[in-house]
Design a binder for this molecule. Structure first.
Ligand code: ZN
Ligand code: ZN
Length: 593
């Protein structure tokens, strides 16, 4: 008996070894990676419970990470252990979709390490402490009944005093613009705790003494943080907000995952700037007689500026700005359906609202989209309340977002720009691709949408609209130029404002806003131009391979179907797929570039 058993065991072992030997390395790598990936996401959310909530993953809604040394140590350990696991897989053996995930996760982990240990925004950007955005999102979300959301909010608020205490311990020498921004953000937090949250609790019939105490303590901590920020500002010892060449180059690499680098993007931007000036002069020559009743021998950018200024006079009054935006969205949808440019899901409507306070101060309009896990949340089109601004500031904004520019803004933010792209991204089968999305792909798509809509005849090829488009295009190009200029080439406020008004036709308010923004952020401003030229390059490439068979709708939908991943990966996937579908003799050299 015993012998037989032994023999059987031995036999089974031999069979197993044989089976393992027979298994292909591809199969093994794929199985390992898909198992790794399913564990990875939950681990990731556990480490970053705030991002989990904001992405619609609600398992850790009661957690608030205290941003101290020990949490940074955990982040470091986590990133290193993930990288170790990734290193044990040969990415070349994975299928194309999984390979993209592999590179996205690896970039994210390397980026985490670099942010934590080298860039260290936690030590000098007080504005990175923003619990209001999280609380606001939970308060307005529809993913759970109000009472449940409130319970989670209160769990998080209990940790807010420790949170702000850690924040204060982290910061020794902040940058001035990030300190000023933190003040505004913290004001928003205080307002939320004073008014909106108690109101909601009352509405839910949950405003008992326990709740009052938790809110009271969070409020006290927020106010203390706010006064501490004020004292920091009075003290006036600030570090330079500019990143400098070396940090900037690394941040560009991690944030954009582009084939471009700061140097090559700068070159491309200079080239496109000249191109846009040429187009603007051509349109000036065409439109000048219509607006000034005369013809000239030659035109310079100074005349173009006067013309743009004249055309900018057709704008909405402040109090109908929001309703004008609301009105235009269905017209854009109709046009896209009529021209069959891409699919727009009627089940996922876009709602226009006045921007909540914690979202103001960066741009006049923005989109808040639900994460990949809650596909049924609202997508919001946030519009800053121009009608509440001082009259001259408001007038300047209204001239900037005149009747022509407003169309481009709506295309960019909403249809078929950000809103349509994000809805598609959430349909992509894989959350990794949505979560570690590329800002270049996202902004690039919105900028591409403008170009595509005008090319397809939105606005009936009106020269005024094209003129305003090129002005807007110069803003996109200018974003890259001033971001690189300020952070790596010492451009100061004067240089930025001069560039924006003389070479990019920007209104004073827009230029001032851009100067504020470039001090508070870095690299992000490059994502527009970087993404746009990557997408236009790709479209040209595919058009030249497909020739007559090229179909714009197919290109648009295919492009959007991979989620918000860097354009360079989408390019690889699209070309690989194209390669498979092409007749034999076609396929050899199309992939080499
Ligand atoms: Zn006016
Ligand atoms: Zn955008």
């Amino acid at each position: 008996m015993r012998r037989t058993t032994r023999f059987t065991l031995l036999f089974m072992t031999l069979v197993l070894i044989a089976a393992c030997k027979k298994e292909k390395p591809e199969t093994k790598a794929r199985a390992f990676f898909s198992e790794f990936k399913s564990d990875f996401l939950d681990d990731y959310w556990q480490h970053f419970p705030e991002s989990a909530t904001l992405n619609g993953y609600h398992a850790y809604d009661s957690e608030l990470r205290i941003p101290d040394d020990s949490s940074r140590r955990k982040t470091r350990d986590f990133a290193l252990s993930v990288l170790e696991k990734l290193n044990s897989v040969d990415a070349g053996l994975l299928d194309p979709q999984a390979r993209t995930d592999y590179f996205l996760i690896r970039n994210e982990m390397q980026s985490l390490l670099w942010y934590t240990d080298t860039l260290k925004p936690w030590a000098w950007q007080p504005s990175s402490y923003n619990p209001a955005a999280l609380i606001g999102y939970m308060l307005r979300g529809r993913y759970e009944p109000l009472a449940d959301r409130l319970a989670h909010i209160l769990d998080r608020l209990e940790k807010v005093p420790a949170y702000y205490e850690a924040a204060r311990a982290n910061i020794s020498k902040p940058s001035k613009p990030h300190t000023q921004m933190a003040r505004v953000i913290t004001d928003g937090m205080i307002e939320l705790l004073e008014k909106e949250l108690p109101d909601s609790l009352q509405l839910a019939g949950l405003f008992g003494s326990n709740e009052q105490e938790i809110i009271g303590q969070a409020l006290e901590a927020s106010r203390a943080f706010r006064s501490w920020l004020g004292r920091l500002e009075e003290k006036g010892t600030f570090r330079n907000f500019r990143l400098g060449e070396a940090l900037y180059e690394r941040k560009f690499h991690f944030d954009l995952q582009s084939d471009y680098n700061p140097e090559s993007l700068w070159e491309a931007a200079q080239y496109e700037k000249e191109e846009a000036h040429t187009q603007i002069l051509r349109l000036t020559q065409k439109l000048w007689p219509r607006y000034f009743n005369e013809t000239r021998h030659s035109y310079s950018l100074a005349e173009s500026a006067r013309l743009i200024d004249r055309i900018a006079q057709s704008h909405r009054p402040a109090d109908s700005f929001l309703s004008a935006i609301r009105q235009q969205l269905p017209e854009l949808i109709d046009f896209i359906r009529e021209k069959d440019l891409l699919f727009i899901d009627p089940e996922k409507p876009l709602k226009v609202r006045v921007a909540p306070k914690y979202l103001r101060g960066i741009a006049i309009a923005s989109i808040s989209a639900p994460g990949p896990y809650d596909k049924y949340e609202n997508t919001w089109y946030n519009v800053s309340p121009i009608w509440e601004m001082d009259a001259d500031v408001a007038e300047s904004y209204l001239r900037e977002y005149n009747d022509y520019m407003m169309q481009i803004l709506n295309i960019h933010e909403a249809i078929p720009g950000h809103y349509v792209q994000l809805v598609h991204a959430n349909e992509s089968p894989d959350p990794v691709k949505s979560i570690f999305g590329s800002s270049s792909m996202i902004e690039g798509w919105a900028c591409y949408a403008e170009r595509m809509m005008l090319e397809e005849g939105w606005g009936n090829n009106s020269p005024e609209l094209w003129l305003m488009y090129y002005k807007w295009y110069l803003r996109i190009i200018g974003n890259s130029i001033i971001d690189i200029g300020v952070h790596t080439r010492g451009w100061d406020k004067d240089r930025v404002l001069r560039f924006l008004s003389e070479e990019a036709f920007q209104e004073r308010s827009e230029a001032e806003g851009k100067w504020r923004r470039v001090q508070r952020s870095s690299v992000q401003l490059c994502s527009y131009f970087d993404g746009l030229i990557e997408i236009l390059d790709l479209r040209d490439e595919i058009r030249s391979i497909e020739g007559e068979a090229f179909d714009l709708k197919r290109f648009n939908e295919k492009f959007l179907s991979y989620g918000s991943v860097p354009v360079k990966y989408i390019r690889k996937l699209m070309l690989e797929e194209l390669e498979k579908n092409l007749p034999e003799d076609h396929s050899s050299d199309s992939l080499k570039r």
